[in-house]
Write a protein of this length. Structure first.
Length: 245
């Protein structure tokens, strides 16, 4: 049994997602989140947070590619090299910063990612996007900007929800019929009843078990994958909200 969840229970909600763009995307997210210089990465801090994210993925039992683990070993190798004391002669022989190759890869990836983002922002009206009339009483003002939340930001919030979860007092497994599919329907019904966006944290009751929290989060990811909901913020660092598409 792991984290109070039996292997049988875990296998009931294994989910494969295509939303992960790769370990470089995760590293860029951590660099932006910590507001650090990409040319001078605090490798110990970034490695710690990278491994924390991998632990969250492990709790979710998501099917992640081996390249995430390869990047983890690369970060640990760089960290160990930077922690080892070096003499002046060794520094002259080594020459290059242990982080240099990783920085080159990140800068190249960032360049292509920004170019792809600019292409996506190109004119799509009447091609892939069509105008619809907005009712006066719809939520939000006409000029209100919604900032899309990426997957890694969502994982950060999910980790905080898990940390607040009440620890299990016993390890007896009680069969819970709750499934990801059922939770998907519950969330859609809730959004229809509310008829507006709701705060992300309201989907997780304070007394919910870890299993319920995990199943709920997987259901949210499935809804994003099916493009049935949007996850956004009205301003940076504000409450993450969910609304139907």
């Amino acid at each position: 049994m792991e984290n109070g969840i039996s292997p049988e229970e875990k296998s009931a909600y294994t989910v494969r997602l295509e939303m992960f763009e790769g370990p470089l995307d995760l590293l860029l997210h951590l660099i932006q989140k910590n507001e650090v210089d990409i040319l001078n990465i605090p490798i110990a801090l970034i490695t710690e947070q990278y491994l924390e994210t991998l632990n969250v993925l492990k709790v979710l039992n998501l099917d992640t590619a081996g390249e995430y683990l390869l990047m983890a070993s690369t970060l640990l190798h760089i960290k160990s090299k930077m922690l080892l004391p070096t003499s002046t002669e060794e520094e002259e022989e080594e020459g290059e910063d242990p982080r240099a190759e990783l920085v080159r890869r990140l800068l190249e990836y960032q360049k292509y990612k920004e170019a792809a983002t600019e292409l996506e922002r190109g004119p799509m009206l009447d091609r892939d996007v069509f105008v619809r009339l907005v009712l006066a009483d719809e939520e939000g003002s006409k000029g209100e900007e919604r900032i899309e939340v990426n997957l890694f930001e969502l994982l950060d919030v999910f980790r905080q929800v898990l940390e607040r979860a009440k620890p299990e007092a016993f390890h007896e497994v009680i069969l819970d019929r709750l499934s990801v599919e059922e939770k998907v329907q519950d969330i859609l019904s809730l959004l229809q009843r509310e008829n507006r966006s709701i705060a992300f944290h309201l989907l997780f009751p304070e007394q919910a078990s870890r299993r319920v929290i995990v199943v709920t989060f997987l259901a949210i990811l499935e809804l994003v994958k099916m493009k049935l909901i949007r996850i956004f913020q009205l301003a940076p660092f504000e409450t993450i909200r969910i609304s139907p598409v």
